[in-house]
Each structure stands twice: as structure tokens, then as C-alpha cells.
Design a binder for this molecule. Structure first.
Ligand code: GAR
Length: 206
């Protein structure tokens, strides 16, 4: 099978990026990362890409804090298209994508979120969940739409909150599951097994 061509966007640490890169390299998912783009010139993700021999670039996001400028969106889309990207994976990319970007990759953009959506969208989801006092949290992979963490859900995994947890120990337990479910979702996409019906994503049998 021809590998699915991925473009990954990451703003920081890049552990989800690395988990995907490792699973691609080990043949655990039928995909290849063609390009990593970051809005942060100091993102650790950019260094991690070198280790895997993956092309990585910082692309200036423009003057806004929470979104890309229209010119930057065009540049990101142009680079992704130039690399033949079929699926865009947001991996800790801390900006909201607007309509030009979304229209360029309809239902071909995934995001990972460190909570069981629709609970605790937005920033610092693990701490939000911890402070709220939930007994179970987890992570979600979803398709991206115009809202904040609102798109159709592909996979969720629950993680218990333990008595002696801190927000940090909970985040670490959730992160370990993020690293698994992101690749699982990409593999389902690569196999053509995700069917979107309104808000619902049906996983078709093999
Ligand atoms: C991950 O926990 C990811 O779920 C989260 O940022 C972290 C990035 O870590 N994303 C969001 O909160 C998006 N709303 P990483 O750079 O090590 O993959």
C-alpha cells in the first residue's frame, strides 16, 4: 500500500510528533511524514525532526497570538500542498485554523486534545480537569472544524485520576495514551475506514 503522506504542525515539545514519526519509521502505520511545520522557531519538535531525517521548517505565523495571519495561512497551505500532504496532523499546534486552511484540507485535518471532549476544551485541559475534580479524564483525536476542539470525534481514551495525582502526573498519564491513539487514528484514516456522518465518525470494519 502506498503510504499516506502526512504534514505535522507543532508549536512546542513535539512528543506527539515524535510518536507518529517513530511509528511511521517502524512500519506500525502506513504513513510517512513529508514535512513538519512550526510557528515557534525554538520548538523542540524542530530538533526532534532532524533525528528522524524529516524536513522541518519554522514558518512565521504573523502578528496574531491565537491564529495565523491570512498570509501565513496561505504559506502553510502552499508548503503542505507542495509536499503532497494528504492528511494534516496538529500535534500541540497552539493556533486556531481559519477557513482558508480548513477549505484547503476538508476533513483532512486531525487534532489531539488532552481531555475527553467536549469537556475541558482550550488550553491547559489536564489542569482544568484536575482542578474540577473529575475521577476520569483522557484524550481525544478529532477532525478539525471551525470551532475550538469541536470537530467530529475519531478516538477517545479514558485515563483514571488517582488519589495522589497532581496536574502534572495526570498530564503524563494522559500523554502516554495520546501517543497511542494519534497513530491509531492515522492508521484508520490510511486504511480508508473513517466515515463522517454529521457529528459522528463511523469506523468501518476491515
Ligand atoms: C499535548 O498534550 C496535546 O494534546 C496538547 O498539547 C500537548 C503537546 O505536547 N494540545 C492541546 O492542548 C491542543 N488544544 P507535545 O508537543 O509533546 O506533543
Amino acid at each position: 500500500m502506498k503510504p499516506l503522506i502526512l504534514g505535522v504542525l507543532a508549536s512546542g515539545r513535539g512528543s506527539n510528533f515524535e510518536a507518529i514519526a517513530k511509528n511511521c519509521a517502524e512500519g506500525k502505520i502506513d504513513a510517512r511524514i513529508a514535512i513538519l511545520l512550526s510557528d515557534n522557531p525554538n520548538a523542540k519538535a524542530l530538533e526532534r525532526a532532524k533525528v528522524y531525517g524529516i524536513e522541518a521548517r519554522y514558518v512565521d505565523p504573523g502578528p496574531y497570538k491565537t491564529k495565523l495571519s491570512p498570509e501565513a495561512e496561505e504559506e502553510y497551505v502552499r508548503i503542505l500542498k507542495e509536499h503532497g500532504v494528504e492528511l494534516v496532523c496538529l500535534a500541540g499546534f497552539m493556533r486556531i485554523l481559519k477557513s482558508h486552511f480548513l477549505r484547503s484540507f476538508p476533513y483532512r485535518i486531525m487534532n489531539i486534545h488532552p481531555a475527553l471532549l467536549p469537556a475541558f476544551p482550550g488550553l491547559h485541559a489536564q489542569k482544568q480537569a484536575f482542578d474540577y475534580g473529575v475521577k476520569v479524564s483522557g484524550c481525544t483525536v478529532h477532525f478539525v472544524d471551525e470551532g475550538i476542539d469541536t470537530g467530529p470525534i475519531i478516538i477517545q481514551r479514558a485515563v483514571p485520576v488517582l488519589e495522589d495525582d497532581t496536574a502534572e502526573t495526570l498530564a503524563a498519564r494522559i500523554l502516554a495514551e495520546e501517543h497511542k491513539i494519534y497513530s491509531e487514528a492515522i492508521q484508520l484514516f490510511a486504511e480508508g475506514r473513517l466515515k463522517i456522518e454529521g457529528r459522528k465518525v463511523r469506523v468501518l470494519p476491515k
